[in-house]
Design a protein around this ligand. Sequence first.
Ligand code: COA
Length: 253
Amino acid sequence: MTDHLIITDEGETRVIKLRRPEKKNAITQAMYRGMTEAIDTAQNNPNIRCLMITGGSGVFTSGNDLEEFLHAGTVSSEAVRTSDMVKFLYSLAHNVKPIIAAVDGIAIGIGTTLLFHCDHVLASTAATFSTPFLRLGLVPEGASSLLMPQTMGYQRAFAMLVMGRTMTAAEAHIAGFVNAVVSPGHAEVEAHKVAREICKLPAEAVAISRKLIRTPPDELTRRIDQEAHIFGERMSSKEAVAAFTAFLERKKH
Ligand code: COA
């Protein structure tokens, strides 16, 4: 298990905390593996009623680790489709336990798209949400091309996914994917309150109702696969390689 994640069971809630602040919690393949394991091992554990994902104070995540992404061989459709990132997305798609997210800072790329798989999202006024895939020469991932327009309407989804516009916490609240906006430093505390509220509800009825409300896992994984295929092709595009290289070299000049 990587040092960049802290997984703890607090009461009936499994808390997944990203801990790589020096890199703005950029997510490595090892972190994806750790998060996948934390989610998967909770599925048949009756003592875990809820999951929580948090970046701690001041940051949620800057998304995929771009350096690793460029060098880890994830530059073909097949490599992306079998990557730890996609396995993590599959876990989210098949997950049967309510997931609460606490966002207290930047949520970039998958940091935003993963929220559309969550059941309840708390954001502080310090939170911002962006999916700059196009700027990187890439395309949407994580079933965001399905879930984002579904949740907040086509025009908002276009502004984020294609135009790369950033949303504030207040805008995300209005758009419908943030439940409540709290003061900086308070998202996690509020997320714990929500988790306790959900954990008090009858477990079976929660599971059944959740299944009725959500987009079916098969539909999600089909879209995740489609996106991953194109994403993989785009990874080796001139546009993407130039964007990654420019990011990694920006401080050398
Ligand atoms: N992958 C790898 N490293 C990242 C990263 C990412 N996604 N995001 C930040 N980092 C690293 C930076 O390279 C830097 O490392 P260094 O100190 O060794 O040089 C460190 O985290 C701090 O980032 P920095 O850019 O100095 O902080 P900032 O406050 O000026 O900007 C961001 C923060 C997140 C706005 C900026 O780093 C950024 O745009 N990151 C890329 C986000 C992105 O495009 N993600 C992928 C989406 S698909």
